[in-house]
Design a protein around this ligand. Sequence first.
Ligand code: KG4
Ligand code: ZN
Length: 329
Amino acid sequence: MKEIITLGIESSCDETSVAVVKNGREVLSNIINSQIKIHENFGGVVPEIASRKHIEAISDVTNKALLAANITFDNIDHIACTYGPGLVGALLVGVSYAKGLSFALNKPLTGTNHIEGHVAANYISHPDLKPPFLCVIISGGHTHLVYVKDYGKFEILGRTRDDAIGEAFDKVARVIGLGYPGGPKIDKLAKEGMANIELPKTHIDGLDFSFSGVKTAIINLHHKNPDINKADLCASFEKYVTEILIEKSIKAAKEHNIKTIALAGGVSANSYIRKEFLNLEKSGFSIYYPDPILCTDNAAMIASAGYYRFISGVCSDLTLNAVPNLKIG
Ligand code: KG4
Ligand code: ZN
């Protein structure tokens, strides 16, 4: 089979990232320019600033990705860019840049779904992983249980009815004064605490989730008792959300007779969640998660997802537009 070199471009939120990936699995470079330091000052991502910073960074990040992979534009066979979901102004920077490159270099372009990218991060970290499997997509914007039937073929089995899990991590962290982004900070502090604070369970039938109740409960607990032990609060919150994720994942896996479970998305970098899921191997499941750098937003995962779409015949033309609420599947 001919070798295919994909240039991946990601700009859906606050990371400008460009990667070079061979045959969808081998990362030759993956440059990530994070804007976190800028948005930290505002306690969250400011969309207007994100778009401007993407424009300033994208050419430079692309040159660095080519240099790190030791190739030139001539060596690229295919371009994949995120076209949704995400912030419209941020997405438009990557989409417009990718269309410009595709036109100027006369190379095929595949508009790629950001959430499919998170799933594909597992293909990079685990060369042996192939569909079918259950993917637990847990990020700042999404909480989905997805049956990955084949490359690019998905069935959503469950989703959050309110907040995404990463949103809950970020809100809890903000309220207790840990700052943005909250996930990594809660992860660190929880290690010093005990999961000894009772949190009210929100029961949702089936495979859907709800995280707004636990978020509100923690905010109320902290307001009523500002001296509450923050490390214990973080550990209790992590235990609570992990139990729900595991309960629903097992239910989905049993209902669909799936023995392989992969985690994906920024929250799958969480060390407690990773450890608890790994324990399921004792019950006969195979558990996968991406390397931490591939859990949060990056262009290598977009190149991988785009590659699988491309080899199945999917190509975009120059009318490709940003789709902020793009669905998976
Ligand atoms: O996948 P991602 O980079 O962006 C979206 O597509 O949404 O996810 C970002 C989310 C943020 O909510 C961040 O707090 C969370 O991932 N996150 C974590 C950890 N690292 C990042 N949450 C829990 N533990 C972590 N170690
Ligand atoms: Zn993401």
